[in-house]
Design a binder for this molecule. Structure first.
Ligand SMILES: Cc1cc2nc3c(=O)[nH]c(=O)nc-3n(C[C@H](O)[C@H](O)[C@H](O)COP(=O)(O)O)c2cc1C
Ligand code: SF4
Ligand code: FES
Length: 627
């Protein structure tokens, strides 16, 4: 196939970066230097099938270039295309899809400063203005051209807002996060100050400090207790007992336990985990896959990060059990690109598990073979949507697919796939520890087990909390110390940017899937963000609208255009300059929302109006003066 490459060639550094993922080129067909290969260079290997298989390495290769050079040049892109047999237009389409990849020259050191919801409440706007004063607008080269900064959506560190994520490209690339942070610190790191002096102590689990707090933990029981780098410590705290129990029970019995436990997915859609696993187990097709969705990018969410950073072996063990139960031979964990610590710790856990016979061939001598591969995202909220995530792993743009067909029959690489959220998966360890009956006795009949809630915004003790399903929102807020400084509560955002606002009169809502549904809300990804009377909710709502406009993949018109129209209408309302009248503007918005909800391909477009709509209808956010 003629790939139609341009004349631009890679530098030695770029070749090296690509080779670090793909290995050295085998032939001139793959971009090897023709002068350095013999006859072998004239032999085309593999053919189309191999090229398709290799395409899954496209994103890892682009990330390697980004890490090494700080951006992806035309010559580098040509080289990747040659090596993988991917047309440059398609590779460019992928490279330009992700926020953490640059297709124009970018300095080696970059700060991504969160200006999303919880960070705004913690002064992110002032921090960004301060940075503008010191360094110029986002994207301006600073520190003699060696550094720059950008605004970022939520970085999953909302409990310690405001947050920043740094990337340092080079032969020894590095990425790290800092929260809370200040403009001085960001500017200092960009100017070359050593970053490690600024690394904050581990975020505490505020609930663990409360009387009886730790006893409430099921999913968090090892967090803050176990050494996340040691498989021995993990085993000393009950690790790998669930896998042993699963291997004793056999796959069908494991699925029966999971079904009897009635655990619903924690990633947002609340689908029964056991039903999903059973559907995949029944597929006669091979290979099959299990995928752990660790892309956690919903603004306000940081629960999966805490599990992955502090108890990584639990994620590895739970995914191994999923593989065993469904008959999958391979698992993938797709980790959000902004979670470098989680990625590193999971990587180590996979290696250790393999070295100790908990992964690989014939696990624990029971004839079960299973491997786990980690994949790193590159900054795209939409890649948390399950089919977009599959496309991303396959080396395509992270655009959602139409459903049906569903992943249980046509998932990753078109094969049967069980995909679950990190928190959902970790529940299987608890189910196998206490048994389905005891597990199902916790929570409510419709929402069994415990739930992780991410508390942030104007609460006294922001952080991750684990409570039984069905606890009242008021109790959860009390657990977090109530509203900061005893101020009046103005609103709670439940479920994230794709969730809904609740007013202070709705604090008796029980936090279960069924109660939330009945109240026209959803638990979403477990976000509970509180706003007191000092917060300008118009600003919050405008940020939500900007988030969805930015993150829409643009594939379907109702979402691509609807998210823009929504933001424009809200901006006019906020300025007090509606088209016609406020009523007309709201009627226009209602029309746009109807089309988005009815006709968008995926949940992003369908859910993008919800928080805005609830803020207007319940909280009267755009009522009153000037609007
Ligand atoms: C726009 C969008 C973003 C999503 N992001 C995530 C995510 O970051 N993590 C996640 O687990 N699920 C996310 N989901 C839900 C997944 O599509 C899928 O339902 C989930 O991974 C299934 O796992 P569960 O059954 O364990 O919840 C998202 C869905 C949509 C529509
Ligand atoms: S709804 Fe939005 S995010 Fe989803 S496919 Fe359509 S354009 Fe993409
Ligand atoms: S880290 Fe800034 S809002 Fe989540």
């Amino acid at each position: 196939m003629d790939l139609h490459l341009t004349d631009a060639r890679p530098t030695p550094e770029e070749r090296e970066a690509v080779a670090s993922v793909l290995g050295p080129p085998e032939s001139a067909w793959e971009g090897a230097d023709r002068s350095r290969i013999g006859l072998e260079g004239h032999v085309a290997r593999g053919g189309l099938r191999r090229a398709e298989e290799r395409r899954t390495l496209l994103l890892p290769a682009l990330l390697a270039l980004q890490d090494r050079v700080g951006w992806i040049s035309e010559g580098a892109l040509n080289h990747v295309c040659e090596r993988l047999g991917v047309p440059p237009a398609e590779a460019y389409g992928v490279a330009s899809f992700y926020a953490l990849l640059a297709t124009e020259p970018r300095p080696a050191r970059v700060a991504h400063v969160c200006d999303d919801l919880a960070c705004r409440v913690a002064g992110a706007e002032a921090l960004c203005r301060d940075l503008e004063g010191r360094l110029g607008p986002p994207g301006t080269p600073a520190a003699d051209g060696g550094a720059t900064w950008f605004r970022s959506p939520c970085l999953g560190r909302c409990d310690r807002a405001p947050a920043v994520f740094f990337q340092q490209a080079g032969p020894e690339p590095h990425a790290w996060s800092l929260a809370p942070t200040t403009a001085e610190q960001v500017a200092g790191v960009l100017a070359g100050e050593p970053w490690d002096r600024l690394a904050p102590p581990q975020a505490p689990l505020p609930q663990a400090e409360l009387p009886g707090g730790r006893e409430a933990f099921r999913l968090l029981r090892r967090v803050g207790v176990v050494d996340p780098g040691s498989i021995d410590d993990y085993r000393a705290h009950g690790g790998y007992e669930a896998l042993r129990a699963a291997l004793e029970l056999g796959p069908e019995a494991v699925i029966r336990e999971v079904k009897d436990a009635r655990v619903l997915g924690r990633g947002g859609a609340a689908f029964p985990m056991g039903v999903k696993w059973e559907a995949v187990a029944r597929q006669p097709v091979r290979p099959k896959y299990v995928v752990c969705n660790a892309d956690e990018s919903e603004p306000g969410t940081f629960k999966d990060r805490v599990l992955m950073e502090e108890d990584p072996f639990a994620v590895v063990e739970a995914l191994t059990i999923a593989g065993y139960a469904t008959g999958a031979e391979r698992g993938y964990v797709y980790v959000r690109g902004e979670y470098p610590l989680a990625f590193r710790r999971l990587g180590r856990a996979v290696q250790e598990a393999r070295a100790r016979g908990f992964l690989g061939r014939d696990i624990l001598g029971r004839g079960f073979s299973f491997e786990i591969e980690l994949r790193r995202g590159a900054g795209a909220y939409i890649c948390g949507e399950e089919t977009a995530l599959f496309n991303s792993i396959e080396g395509r743009r992270g655009e959602p697919r139409n459903k049906p067909p569903f992943p249980v029959t046509h998932g990753l690489f078109g094969r049967p796939t069980a995909i679950n959220n990190v928190e959902t998966l970790v529940n299987v360890l608890e189910i196998l520890r206490v048994g389905a009956e005891a597990y199902a006795a916790t929570g409510t009949p419709g929402s069994t087990g415990t739930r992780l809630f991410c508390l942030s915004g104007c609460v006294e003790r922001p952080g991750l909390y684990e409570v039984e399903m069905g606890v009242a929102l008021r109790e959860l807020l009390d657990l977090a110390g109530g509203v900061r400084g005893g101020r009046p509560l103005r609103a709670v955002l439940l479920g994230g940017a794709a969730g809904t606002f609740l007013g202070p009169d709705e604090l008796d809502l029980r936090l279960s899937f069924e109660d939330a549904r009945a109240a026209g809300a959803s638990l979403g990804s477990g976000v509970v963000m509180a706003f007191d009377d000092t917060v300008d909710l118009r600003d919050v709502v405008l940020r939500i609208a900007a988030f969805f406009r930015d993150e829409s993949c643009g594939q379907c018109v109702p979402c691509r255009v609807g998210t823009v129209r929504q933001e424009e209408a809200l901006a006019r309302l906020a300025r007090g300059r509606p088209i016609g009248s406020r009523e007309r503007e709201l009627a226009l918005l209602a029309d746009v929302w109807r089309v988005m909800k009815d006709a968008s391909i995926c949940g992003l477009g369908q859910l993008a109006p919800l928080a805005v709509e609830s803020a207007i209808s319940k909280l009267g956010v755009f009522d009153g003066e000037g609007a």
